[in-house]
Design a protein around this ligand. Structure first.
Ligand code: EPU
Length: 416
């Protein structure tokens, strides 16, 4: 009951509307905690991770309601500072609630989000920065308590541009006393989206999306409305799907300006890209060419979240490709599954060496995490015969309905 069944070989044709961005909306939902009132978030994707964040907000006392893709969060009353181990460990982005709760009530008791299959993913950078802001952290084996009287501003240099740590510092700083400067901040578009939301609510932030972000603390935030931008990773997954399967598709609301690091290699592989105000189109009429070397990097480099999907396309390109992963230490788990489909891939440390074959063959494979699971769908679009992907729930963490979207583009794909 938790699998995807698909028959590969159909060209993809038509238009698909790209959902709102998961990694933008999760910190924005956390930011809603800073507002003593209601905020309305439009174009919110209806995905498992958003529902998990909703549950956490409700545990803390927020009222959350939905109407289609609009979510309304009323954080007038925050009644609890404890987050249960189970909710926190089921989603790493629950760590975003740390900065927001410290900003709102100055106290949190939560479980460590812990590692996950793509890597160890510690939160040391989040905690060191918050300590600089006067937060006292008391650590127990699986839990920690964070407490602060009044958050104080700081001038802080991040040793690595962590997306989550940058977001947590911003969330803590908007209501802190004085001006906080973050140097070496992450520049991902999802951080810009978080700052746009906070600014609409009255926060004073400059430099969002740049290396240095300056946040002047304000007394309070006001109720606001915000529309979440399109998800560059979902758009990228479908674009790579078209590369693998061939065809001609248009990704409505795909944020082309944030997808440059993918559009370049996609063109190199043989896709003809068109960009207009409404989104991004791709035409693929011949066999793909390999890319001699591609590595993942922080924004605006090639995103780690698209590393597995592009590997699935490289598996059927003409020639040899090398993919290097520089962000997470364990993001090649998909290789064994692609090999079951006939792919010729070997790994050595953080590099994958891919020799393209003519065509993959369908097989029963298992998703182990979100983006690896989506990559198996990309592989299944091209493969000969039936592909069964187990553990569909991992893919549902980030894709509203990958089967519906690809079926609308002509793929033979269903859930079972
Ligand atoms: N890191 C540390 N210590 C920290 C924080 C991070 O060592 O305190 C390390 C991590 O272990 C990792 C690297 O730094 O090796 C990058 O982590 P970062 O903090 O930048 O990433 P994140 O905030 O945990 C977000 C996205 C990920 C995306 C990465 C990189 C959200 C909810 N998650 O994670 O998205 O891969 O940035 O762009 O925004 C996904 O959507 O599937 C996903 C994993």
């Amino acid at each position: 009951m938790d699998s995807i069944h698909m028959y590969g070989g159909n060209f993809l044709r038509g238009e698909v509307k790209i959902q709102g961005s998961k990694n933008a909306v999760l910190p924005i939902m956390a930011a809603a905690l800073l507002i003593k009132g209601t905020c309305v978030i439009k174009n919110c994707p209806r995905i498992a991770d958003v529902y998990l964040m909703q549950n956490l907000l409700q545990e803390l006392g927020c009222l959350v309601t939905w109407s289609e893709n609009t979510v309304t969060i009323d954080a007038s009353n925050v009644i609890d500072s404890a987050m249960s181990g189970e909710s926190v460990s089921s989603m790493r982005s629950s760590v975003m609630l740390l900065g927001a709760m410290l900003g709102r009530i100055g106290e949190v008791f939560m479980a460590y989000p812990g590692g996950c299959v793509i890597g160890k993913r510690p939160i040391d950078l989040h905690l060191s920065a918050l300590k600089e802001m006067g937060v006292e952290i008391m650590e127990q084996e699986h839990f920690f308590t964070a407490k602060v009287g009044r958050l104080k501003a700081m001038d802080y240099t991040l040793p690595f541009p962590s997306v989550g740590a940058t977001e947590n510092i911003i969330l803590a700083a908007v209501l802190a006393e004085g001006t906080t400067t973050i140097r070496g901040a992450a520049k991902e578009p999802e951080i810009t989206a978080l700052c746009e939301f906070l600014r609409a609510a009255g926060a004073d932030i400059e430099g969002a999306g740049e290396q240095t972000v300056v946040i002047k603390g304000v007394k309070e935030l006001r109720e606001t409305r915000y529309t979440v931008p399109g998800d560059r990773i979902v758009a990228g997954t479908y674009l790579i799907g078209a590369l693998a399967a061939g065809g001609s598709i248009f990704l409505e609301k795909a944020p082309s300006e944030h997808m440059k690091a993918l559009l370049k290699p996609a063109a190199q592989m043989g896709g003809t890209i068109t960009i207009n105000k409404g989104g991004v189109g791709i035409d693929v009429i011949r066999r793909l060419e390999a890319i001699p070397y591609l590595k993942t990097e922080v924004y605006d480099g090639f995103p780690t979240d698209l590393q597995s999907p592009i590997m699935a396309a490289m598996a059927v390109a003409h020639g040899d490709s090398v993919l290097e992963e520089t962000i997470f230490e364990n993001r090649f788990r998909i290789v064994d599954e692609l090999r079951k489909m006939g792919a010729d891939i070997r790994t050595e440390k953080n590099k994958a060496y891919i020799s393209g074959i003519e065509r993959l063959k369908g097989a029963v494979v298992e998703a182990e995490e979100l983006r690896g699971g989506a990559a198996l769908v990309v592989a299944g679009l091209e493969a000969e015969g039936e592909t069964v992907i187990k553990n569909r729930h991992f893919i549902e963490r980030g894709y509203e309905d990958i089967c519906r979207d690809l079926r609308n583009l002509g793929a033979d794909i269903n859930i079972r």
